[in-house]
Write a protein that binds this ligand. Sequence first.
Ligand code: DX5
Ligand code: ZN
Length: 237
Amino acid sequence: MPTPTVLARLQEMVPTISVGMLTADLMSLGGDLRLLEQSGVGLVHFDVMDGCFVPSMTFGPPLIKGMKTPLLKDVHLMVQEPLEKVAEYVAAGADMVTVHVESSRHIHRVLQLLGKMANANDPQAGIARGIALNPGTPVEAIEPLLEEVDMVFLLAINPGWGGQKFLASTQRRIGQVKELAGRLNRPILIGVDGGITRDNIVPVARMGEDIIVTGSAVFDGKDPAGNARFMLNTIKG
Ligand code: DX5
Ligand code: ZN
């Protein structure tokens, strides 16, 4: 039997969480990751920052490649002009690659290029392609791109840092994405990224998105696996 595609695996999993590594304790990353895998988490979210699209800098392909895990690798590229860079993230084992609509003059071309790439973990699995929007970008900006994407990620904070407060405008924007995506004859997954904690996960999940990215609320210095399990159980109802 052929292995399922990344997209098929995602569709089986949603609604679900993608655990952001940005604020993880690097000294205990390996052990925390094993515990997260056991707690039912399916996605690990890598926030790649280049010091240009956003002021902070984080990590690049070597860390993504080096983190051995059966979880799907969800790579969020906050990098300027990703056209020349996406191939190295795919080669590093990204299963999902999300680029920002604001990051390239030729964002459509970036998505087309991603669509032709083979998954380095399994050539048959495909890459799930995502487009992300900063909170100040009108949702209509994705309309011409929808044919080339599998996922739309709405940033519920301004990108660049973990631990910010969830923006209330996100709810309205999710509705707008649903409206646009509903015109297509295939499903598009909707993700929300930033500011989601144990305290607001119930109202945020009710907004109807498929993937909730949560970082600092999971890596709270105490119990990452317990926090992730709580979030998952909460959204699974
Ligand atoms: C911000 C990132 C987010 C964010 C998630 O630029 O895209 O993934 O850090 O972290 P929390 O859950 O801390 O907002
Ligand atoms: Zn992110």
